[in-house]
Design a protein around this ligand. Structure first.
Ligand code: MN
Length: 128
């Protein structure tokens, strides 16, 4: 569906290189991207913008992505918004822990371009 390329993605990530890379990849696909570099600002924007997808880094300054995800899920407007966890430290059992926390999916960093875009496209296409 072409309209998916107009989807709005909120990226909450504190690493400048990862921001630059993901923003470029997503904008190349036609997605509209909003970036926040900390969880508090990200939660505010998630509520205000109602993005189609949230990419949420687990390792953030002060409040981490796990807590931010739990807070977002308590917000009625964000209960069903797809949220993908981004993490640089993939450990055995992490995926289960992350999904149980309320995330829809999980992507380890450094991201692989094709895998990353396939996941984003898949989630946005399956969303009605
Ligand atoms: Mn980080």
């Amino acid at each position: 569906m072409m309209s998916n390329n107009k989807a709005h993605i909120l990226l909450i990530e504190d690493n400048p290189n990862n921001i630059k890379l993901m923003e470029m990849l997503l904008e190349e696909q036609g997605y509209q991207v909003t970036v926040d570099t900390n969880a508090e600002a990200g939660i505010i924007n998630a509520k205000e913008l109602s993005p189609d997808l949230i990419l949420l880094d687990i390792q953030l300054p002060e409040m981490d992505g796990m807590e931010a995800c739990r807070i977002m899920r308590q917000e009625p407007s964000l209960e069903y918004t797809p949220i993908i966890a981004l993490t640089a430290f993939a450990m055995p059992g992490d995926r289960e822990r992350i999904l149980e926390n309320g995330f829809d999916e999980y992507m380890s960093k450094p991201i692989k371009y094709r895998e990353f875009l396939d996941l984003v496209n898949k989630i946005l296409t399956h969303e009605d």
